[in-house]
Every structure is written in structure tokens, then in C-alpha cells.
Design a binder for this molecule. Structure first.
Ligand SMILES: NC(=O)C1=CN([C@@H]2O[C@H](COP(=O)(O)OP(=O)(O)OC[C@H]3O[C@@H](n4cnc5c(N)ncnc54)[C@H](OP(=O)(O)O)[C@@H]3O)[C@@H](O)[C@H]2O)C=CC1
Ligand SMILES: CC(C)CCC[C@@H](C)[C@H]1CC[C@H]2C3=C(CC[C@]12C)[C@@]1(C)CCC(=O)C[C@@H]1CC3
Length: 355
């Protein structure tokens, strides 16, 4: 049996480009596309099969923002496969983005222009909404749903004598300043995207602490700035058309303008080819593209700043405890930063933060 790979958000952008690259590299792969929309998933599968007619590609319906969908999909995956070698946690959203043009013009004439273009720091805010589970949508999609998936797929990931990789698509926009210990979901702020990506960097460290001994290795990657549905949603299309020549020019000054999904998927693909035991658990792997268009992967330390390690653990908690203090689906229990999510009365997740 070939290696089994699951990619979330596989029907477009970086996820789809990764699938193309994986199939070109290994024809024996069993590739599973985790997508929320079946029509878009079928279109992606069709495109992959046109370029790789003999490939083994399947689809799993998976909406990572929904606890119910994640549980159902994980059950189906456990039923379909007896192993999972690579779990790419790539699906992500940046809803209702707003660009601070004033900050942009200010930044343009400061010494930090290149940094601003590479990270988008200080330029972007978003308006978040709630999921049907009552979670903040960006947190649920970019972080929490993926965490549940990892926990639910534990039996396939942790197999004696075998190793597996969990790979998060993080971002250069992941900033410590956007993340707050007392507000993990970023309910009270305007940078939920940045917060969720920073949390994924921390969570990956925590997963390594927890799972390395069981052969599971977690990594985070940063794809650079890539033109995809996500980025096209940030500015009106005429503006992107206008500034596109500038983007290609800027590529001469910053290697983070990967621009094409194929290039953005570089670090994801590079990790596929590594022995996980050799990876640095504290590194963030960056997809980079030189001015001449050459792709490469570079590890950089995750900037945790000894601030906090985010440990998410799933456990069943006594219903008495929940009943005594839960209101609605989500409740904040204790004074400590614990967040308890209640799902249909029997499923609980606990997020514990350790300083
Ligand atoms: N583009 C960039 O410059 C950068 C992107 N990233 C990250 O890369 C990842 C991929 O994004 P990118 O390729 O750019 O953008 P796309 O919008 O092209 O891809 C995002 C993918 O995630 C899927 N998705 C979104 N929400 C859900 C959900 N609830 N359940 C399942 N799938 C979902 C989308 O599905 P659907 O088609 O149905 O919407 C789509 O397939 C994201 O995590 C993003 O944050 C990080 C840094 C930079
Ligand atoms: C006002 C315009 C003429 C120019 C605005 C440029 C900005 C929209 C972009 C500059 C840096 C970009 C960037 C991202 C989005 C678009 C920019 C802010 C990301 C935040 C997109 C998603 C990520 O995960 C990281 C990207 C970093 C750089």
C-alpha cells in the first residue's frame, strides 16, 4: 500500500498545487482531498486525474470549521485507511479583510517597507463571525477544527514503528502581538487571522512535545505571499491588476513573494521528502522564491519569545462539571485560561495554556 496523504483545503490554491506536486513525485500515493464543497472537490479531483490519469485520488467531505463535520470525516477516514503518513492542515480563511491604506502609505516610506510587504503586519484587519458551534469562525477553521482532526486521527498517525507528519500551513502574518492568552479565539480583536496563525505555530510546538515519542512530528510552514482566492479577496481585482507589475518587481527585493501556488507549496513539498526525525521542532519552514524564480525552503525559528506554549488536549470532562457552569455550547470555565467546548453533551475539548 502506498503512502496515505490527507490534504485539507485541497481544492484550490496552495493545497491543490501541493497535490499536483505530490502526485508528480510519487505515483503510488493514496491522496485524499479534504474539502467542504463537493463540487469544487470533484473539479479538483478531475484536474488532478487529467495530469495524473493513474493516480489514486479520493475525496472526503470535510468542513474544518464544524465540529460535527470533523468528527464524521475522521470516522470515515479511520474506516477507509489503516494508516496516515502525512496530514496537511492547509485549509484556511481570512474573511472580510480590510486594508489600512493609511498604514500602507506610512509604511511605504519607513525603513520597514520590505517587512510590511513580506508580513502584511499592521495592514490587515478582519471581521469575524460565529460558527454554528458558537466558535469564532477564523479560530475554528484555521486552528481548532484542525486540532480536533489531529486528535481524532491519532490511531492512524500513531502506529508503532512508523512515523508520520502533521504539517500546518501557517503564515508570515502570524504575529505574537495579535495573540492574547485571555482571548484565544480572538473574540475581542480585529486580527483573528494573525492570531490563529500564531496559535498554530505554538500548537505545533506543543504537538511535538506530546507526540514525538509516538512517532508523530508536527511542522509549520509559511508559503510566502501567493496569489490565490484568499489573497484576491483582500483587494478589488482592478487594484490587484494595477499593482501586479509592482509585485513582480518587488520579488527582486524580497524572496517571500512566491506569488504562484506551485512556489508557495515548496516547503510543504520539501517536508514530504524529509525524514521527520531530522526536523527541528522549533523551526518554521519558509517557501522562498529568488528574483530569478528559483524555489527553496529555509527553516527559521518560530518566534515564541518564550511567551507561552499552547497545549490543546481533548478529554472527556465529567458532565457534572460542565453542567454546573456551562451556558450554551461554549463556556469559559475557571479563572484560568481554559476553554471548554461542549458538543452535543458528550464531546469536550480543553485548551490549556501554560506560561
Ligand atoms: N495565499 C497566501 O498568500 C497565503 C496563504 N496562507 C495559507 O495557505 C492556506 C491555503 O490558502 P490559499 O491557497 O492561499 O487560499 P485558497 O482560498 O485558494 O484555499 C483555501 C482552501 O481552504 C478551503 N477551506 C476554507 N475553509 C474551509 C473549511 N471550513 N473547511 C474545509 N476547507 C476549507 C477552501 O475551500 P473552498 O474552495 O471551499 O473555499 C480552499 O480549498 C491557508 O491556510 C492560508 O491561510 C498563508 C500565508 C500566505
Ligand atoms: C494598497 C495597495 C496598493 C497595496 C496593498 C498591498 C497589501 C494588500 C499586501 C502587502 C503585503 C501582503 C501580504 C498579505 C496580504 C496582502 C498584503 C497585505 C498576506 C497577509 C496574505 C495572507 C498571509 O497569510 C500572509 C500575507 C503577507 C503579505
Amino acid at each position: 500500500m502506498g503512502k496515505v496523504v490527507l490534504v485539507t483545503g485541497a481544492n484550490s490554491g496552495i493545497g491543490l498545487a501541493l497535490c499536483e506536486r505530490l502526485l508528480s513525485h510519487d505515483a503510488q500515493l493514496q491522496l485524499c482531498l479534504g474539502c467542504r464543497n463537493m463540487q469544487r472537490a470533484e473539479a479538483a479531483k478531475h484536474a488532478l486525474l487529467v495530469s495524473h490519469p493513474k493516480a489514486q485520488v479520493s475525496i472526503i467531505q470535510l468542513d474544518v470549521s464544524s465540529v460535527h463535520s470533523v468528527l464524521r470525516a475522521a470516522q470515515e477516514i479511520r474506516h477507509r485507511y489503516n494508516r496516515l503518513d502525512y496530514l496537511y492542515l492547509n485549509a484556511g480563511i481570512m474573511p472580510n479583510p480590510h486594508v489600512d491604506y493609511k498604514a500602507f502609505y506610512k509604511g511605504l516610506f519607513s525603513g520597514r517597507a520590505i517587512h510590511m510587504f513580506s508580513t502584511g503586519e499592521g495592514l490587515l484587519t478582519q471581521k469575524d463571525t460565529l460558527t454554528s458551534d458558537g466558535l469564532q469562525k477564523v479560530f475554528a477553521t484555521n486552528l481548532f477544527g484542525h486540532f480536533l482532526l489531529v486528535r481524532e486521527l491519532e490511531p492512524l498517525l500513531c502506529r508503532p514503528g512508523c512515523s508520520s507528519q502533521v504539517i500546518w500551513t501557517s503564515s508570515s502574518n502570524a504575529q505574537r502581538s495579535a495573540f492574547c492568552l485571555d482571548d484565544i479565539q480572538h473574540k475581542g480583536g480585529v486580527e483573528p487571522y494573525s492570531s490563529s496563525k500564531y496559535a498554530s505555530d505554538l500548537l505545533s510546538l506543543a504537538l511535538n512535545r506530546r507526540y514525538n515519542s509516538q512517532g508523530v512530528y508536527s511542522s509549520v510552514i509559511c508559503p510566502g505571499l501567493v496569489m490565490t482566492n484568499l489573497t484576491y479577496g483582500i483587494l478589488p481585482s482592478f487594484l490587484w491588476t494595477l499593482i501586479m507589475p509592482l509585485m513582480w518587481l518587488l520579488r527582486m527585493f524580497t524572496n517571500t513573494f512566491t506569488l504562484m501556488p506551485y512556489n508557495g507549496a515548496e516547503a510543504l513539498f520539501w517536508l514530504f521528502m524529509q525524514k521527520p526525525e531530522t526536523l527541528d521542532p522549533l523551526a518554521k519552514y519558509h517557501s522562498l522564491t529568488s528574483g530569478l524564480g528559483n524555489n527553496y525552503t529555509q527553516p527559521r525559528k518560530v518566534s515564541t519569545d518564550n511567551y507561552v506554549i499552547l497545549t490543546l488536549c481533548l478529554q472527556k470532562i465529567s458532565p457534572d462539571l460542565l453542567n454546573s457552569s456551562s451556558q450554551g455550547d461554549i463556556s469559559l470555565l475557571f479563572d484560568e485560561p481554559y476553554l471548554i467546548c461542549k458538543y452535543e453533551g458528550y464531546f469536550y475539548a480543553q485548551i490549556k495554556l501554560e506560561s
